[in-house]
Design a protein. Structure first.
Length: 41
């Protein structure tokens, strides 16, 4: 019983750790004007 509890707890912790990885900030497409401005530099 304790072994199964540890396995489930480990799986939950791993899932939370992986969910915290990645890019931060809002997910949106940049405006075309902003994209053109950075390309003309």
């Amino acid at each position: 019983m304790m072994c199964r509890f540890k396995a489930v707890l480990s799986l939950c912790l791993l899932t939370l750790a992986l969910a915290g990885c990645g890019q931060k900030g809002p997910l949106y497409l940049p405006d075309e004007a902003a994209a053109n401005k950075t390309q003309t530099r």
